[in-house]
Design a binder for this molecule. Structure first.
Ligand code: CP
Length: 326
């Protein structure tokens, strides 16, 4: 693995999931793999889980991690080709990225979309320029359209739970779980990254019956949802679900806009009763009693803390793959 930007950088999802679960059982199994290697974690936007879990993962592999909050501590970066830099930006990515490539063996970048210009966001103009100019492997810590470390974590969490409830017996495969990604209300316009990425990974994984449900107007980019059944009636979609992934996103069609904040889409116990005692997931941070009710988040149905914990093992599996290639 050279870069980790999307599921397309992964040869075998199940092998990566197995590697992550091996690290969960034995965090220091490859403690010397990253000895003498340095990883830079660049944040153009805030984070709790991504920042800390990636630092822990790097430490488990023996790497030195340095965090740089570019948004607060760095020069304002320019990404436009041919820009006349007589405004607020101070340093062009063409100059900054090669310098960072001199300091680090792996560079990780978080860069959210503007939600103003769909074409620009979906062209991934920021992270693609880090790839172009840094000269070292780039790991996405969430980009304008995707959040691959989160999605790998999500599949690890589902697989881990599946193994717990029905361990493989006699080598036979159990029935496919039904996974439902449901839109939920929110007070702010959020990116489509987590939803796009989850759809892309679950679709590529191919080991689930996958349903996406959202109000009309919240259709995601079809290139990510081609392996999903899309249902705009949430109650219908939730029927017999084994896993419910709750997430808000703003409109892709009417780009970056909130079309509706219909409170009826919040996941509650009443909604959960439609499912097959489904386990509930969310990438966090979550707006309690807006996206999902306290009663659901605080119930045994919730996997969210376990899910966030698994961010470490996802990051460790990915970093180990990259370390083996450099
Ligand atoms: N889920 C996730 O990426 O969390 P943070 O934004 O806190 O990193």
């Amino acid at each position: 693995m050279t870069n980790f930007i999307s599921v397309n950088d992964v040869d075998n999802i199940n092998a990566l999931v197995q590697q992550a679960l091996k690290y969960k059982a034995n965090p220091f199994a490859d403690r010397s793999l990253g000895t003498g290697k340095r990883i830079g974690l660049l944040f153009l936007n805030p984070s709790l889980r991504t920042r800390l879990s990636t630092q822990v993962a790097a430490a488990n592999l023996g790497m030195e991690a340095i965090v740089f909050n570019v948004d607060k501590e760095g020069w304002a970066l320019e990404f436009a080709e041919g820009a006349i830099m007589n405004g607020t930006t101070v340093e062009h990515i063409k100059d900054a990225a090669p310098v960072l490539g001199q300091y680090f063996d792996i560079l990780c970048v978080r860069t959210f979309p503007s939600l103003q210009n769909r074409e620009e966001d979906y062209a991934e103009t920021v992270i693609s320029q880090f790839i172009k100019y840094a000269g070292v492997p780039i790991v996405s810590l969430e980009s304008a359209t995707l959040h691959p470390l989160q999605s790998l974590t999500d599949i690890i969490t589902i697989k881990e739970h599946m193994l717990l409830v029905s361990p493989p017996a006699g080598g036979g495969e159990g029935p496919k779980p039904k996974i439902v990604l449901t839109w939920a209300p929110h007070v702010k316009a959020l990116p489509q990254c987590v939803a796009n990425s989850f759809a892309q990974w679950v679709g590529s994984w191919g080991e689930a019956d996958f349903v996406i449900t959202h109000p009309k107007g919240y259709e995601l980019d079809e290139s990510y949802t081609k392996n999903a059944t899309i249902i705009t009636n949430q109650d219908e979609a939730l029927k017999n679900a084994d896993y419910v992934y709750v997430k808000n996103w703003s409109s892709y069609k009417d780009y970056g806009k909130i079309i509706t904040s219909d409170k009826d889409w919040m996941l509650t116990h009443k909604k959960l009763a439609l499912t097959n005692e489904a386990k509930v997931m969310h990438c966090l941070p979550v707006r309690r009693n807006v996206e999902m009710s306290d009663e659901v988040l605080d119930s045994n149905n919730s996997l969210v803390t376990q899910q966030a914990g698994n961010r470490v093992w996802a990051a460790q599996a990915v970093l180990s793959e990259i370390l083996k290639s450099i």
